[in-house]
Design a protein. Structure first.
Ligand code: AMP
Ligand code: MN
Ligand code: MN
Ligand code: MN
Length: 286
């Protein structure tokens, strides 16, 4: 029942359909090698990888089960809060309309960020980011890669600290939807809304309590409790919040690219106090 070695769930991962470095096919191959039982591909504001993934699983006759997924950016009191949607009907109109809005907001933000970066001397950065993204679905990760390629910074963290992070010189706040709109669209599509990486928002416990309460009121289903880099104290705190609001618990590596410190399905165990999201009545594989 729990995330046992026999059946490993990883319900948060990225591909080249957003800012991941592996294609859907490469990610699935890796998940298969790592003996993942169920994988959710949760690209930022797009579900364009899901059909590709389904086709590949069928062709290769992989044992692994796919879970429909997406990670929606939302705007909340100056924070960017990520809501993972799982198990939804991918043809649902409300969800697809919301994702189109998000994609338009992302395009607009990319243009404005590129203008700021160009004024700082990075001529042609939009084109570079566009090529790295392979489309106009451009993430800050692609700008970070372009800045590294230009020698402006040595690594990702530097790019976010100096240019791309909240309040930094090339930061532009995107016109993301609200938490309520994201959760409603996921629920309309008969899916489950998960508050992604709740301990990564750099907010006080007081704000976090307020966020979880509002997310639960909006119809959210679960907190992402099983994460790779989380302290025992943080985990205990999230478990209490989940219990308090009768929320289920989800697990996800947030895998973006092969690296030493992160792996699909690794270190995602839930304790007995948590009710895993796969026990939710609406849980279903793709
Ligand atoms: P976006 O969705 O375009 O706003 O880009 C946000 C993405 O940038 C996140 O999903 C992460 O993958 C990445 N990111 C955010 N902050 C950092 C950071 N400090 N270092 C490296 N990557 C980051
Ligand atoms: Mn990302
Ligand atoms: Mn996220
Ligand atoms: Mn993510």
């Amino acid at each position: 029942m729990q995330n046992t070695p026999n059946f490993i769930y990883d319900l948060h991962s990225h591909t080249t359909h957003s800012d991941g470095s592996l294609t859907a096919e490469e990610l699935l191959t890796r998940a298969d090698i790592k003996q993942i039982g169920a994988l959710a591909i949760t690209d930022h504001d797009t579900i364009s990888g899901l059909n590709v993934a389904k086709q590949f699983i069928a062709e290769q006759q992989l044992k692994l089960k796919l879970v429909n997924g997406v990670e929606i950016s939302t705007k909340w009191h100056g924070f960017e809060i990520h809501i993972v949607g799982l198990c939804f009907d991918q043809d649902n109109t409300a969800l697809n309309e919301l994702l189109s809005r998000q994609q338009a907001a992302r395009k607009e933000r990319a243009k404005l960020m590129a203008l700021k970066l160009e004024k700082k001397g990075f001529a042609g950065i939009y084109q570079q980011a566009y090529e790295l993204a392979g489309s106009d679905h451009i993430s800050r990760t692609h700008f970070a890669k372009a800045l590294i390629a230009n020698g402006a910074v040595a690594h990702f963290n530097g790019a976010f600290k100096k240019y791309l992070g909240k309040g930094k010189s090339a930061y532009v706040a995107a016109e993301w939807v609200s938490i309520e709109d994201a959760v409603s669209a996921i629920n309309e599509a008969n899916g489950l809304a998960v508050l992604a990486h709740p301990v990564r928002y750099d907010m006080s416990n007081k704000w976090l309590a307020k966020l979880v309460a509002q997310f639960a009121d909006a119809g959210g289903a679960a907190l992402e409790v099983g994460m790779t880099q989380i302290s025992p104290n943080q985990r205990a705190h999230l478990q209490r919040l989940a219990q308090q609001h009768q929320l289920y618990s989800s697990v996800g590596s947030d895998f973006h690219a092969p690296a030493r410190w992160i792996e699909l399905g690794r270190h995602l165990k839930l304790t007995e106090q948590c009710v895993p999201i796969w026990q939710h009545p609406k849980w279903r594989f793709a």
